[in-house]
Design a protein around this ligand. Sequence first.
Ligand SMILES: Nc1ncnc2c1ncn2[C@@H]1O[C@H](COP(=O)(O)OP(=O)(O)OP(=O)(O)O)[C@@H](O)[C@H]1O
Length: 438
Amino acid sequence: MSLPPQLLHTIENLKFQAKDAFWALSSCICQQSAKIKINGRTFKIVKVLGEGGFSFVYLAQDEHSGRQFALKKIRCPGGNEDVRQAMREVEAYRRFKHPNIIRILDSAVVQDPSGDGQVVYLFLPLFKRGNLQDAINANSINGTHFPEREMVRLFKGTCEAVRAMHDYRAPIASRSDIRPSRENQSSSSGGRAEQPRSNIHVDNGHSDDEEDEMFPHPEGDSEGGYSYHGPAKGRSDSVPLVSKRGPEEGEAIFDGDEELARIQESGLHNGTTGGQTELVPYAHRDLKPGNVMIADDGRPILMDFGSAIKARIKIENRSQALLQQDIAAEQSTMAYRAPELFDVKTGVTIDEQVDIWSLGCLLFALAYSHSPFENIQTTEQGGSIAMAVMNGQYKHPGSQYSQGLRDLIDSMLKVNPQERPDIHQVLEMTGKLLQRLG
Ligand SMILES: Nc1ncnc2c1ncn2[C@@H]1O[C@H](COP(=O)(O)OP(=O)(O)OP(=O)(O)O)[C@@H](O)[C@H]1O
């Protein structure tokens, strides 16, 4: 039976209307996908700033105040263990308060709207000038080099951030901070090969109690009022489950300069506010130019604390050694990784000297645009990066830089960690070099 032409037309019209409605709906959805609501605020995602192994970093703008932030989105497909790992990063950001260390502004754990699992959002101050790796890349493209004084200044600021970690003092009240880690007491790896983060169930040197400690504290506590209510089952919106006190309507979520001034004035450079403390050195474990941002005033700012860990780990047996190798393989960048992390020996204590090696690589990279152990396959040395690192095989390319700079790099790139200077000695040598450079 054929339909009258008028009815056919009406049907076509309805089809188009339905299409229009579909497009309107999808464009609305698309527009919404460029916005995100966290802790009661709506943020516009302006662009992608960078991408890491498990995360995206976006430039986000608060719709209300117009302020811009770096929003790090960490996917946690592996469930609670991944969320815990991400929360360790949040906690590490909060632990170290220093003018050369990035401060976290806020965080939230939400149900991933595009699938299963959770997402952890970190609000960070925006550094428009990029990081030291960006500056190195710009040098390579333009055929330019850092002036030596500027390079040593950037290096010194980075070392000051590292010193705050190596000299970290924990309040004594928090006894869990000094208990031996489960990692040090038991073995669980048994020779696993390099695996993705979500499959490695390690505690990164933290006891169970400390893991609890590392979760945000209840509202109103001394740490500043985070609260964790566990992952939300079946929620599809972006309701924050972990949140600092959400900003009131009209209240600026953050003022980076004010915050920095507060840190500098209060002298809270080492995370403690008085009372009894004890030394609990932390290692960053992934020092490299890409993890040092450049602030508007030119200050180097250390970031990316996903790999930060209590520095001193006693290796008592082969399984613990292999576990540490796994962790290093997953979290530390190979060309900047210390030799003792490539082949972890039994009966030794790994410590914060791993960072000194990475600082040597970082200063070398600032000077010559690449790590001493990058592009190793293409050199006449022939061996792998691991072999070159473990043998301490590298060469300074010809340059205008002073012998003092070369000596400083060489002092840090000692295969035996005990022969490397500690961070205080590195800073002393760096200061003297700066003085000589005028
Ligand atoms: N606060 C910020 N301001 C501007 N850009 C940023 C900021 N934080 C991160 N980025 C950009 O995003 C990139 C990735 O950030 P980040 O290193 O924190 O991610 P990641 O997943 O931990 O990376 P990786 O896999 O290297 O450890 C950085 O190299 C940088 O270019």
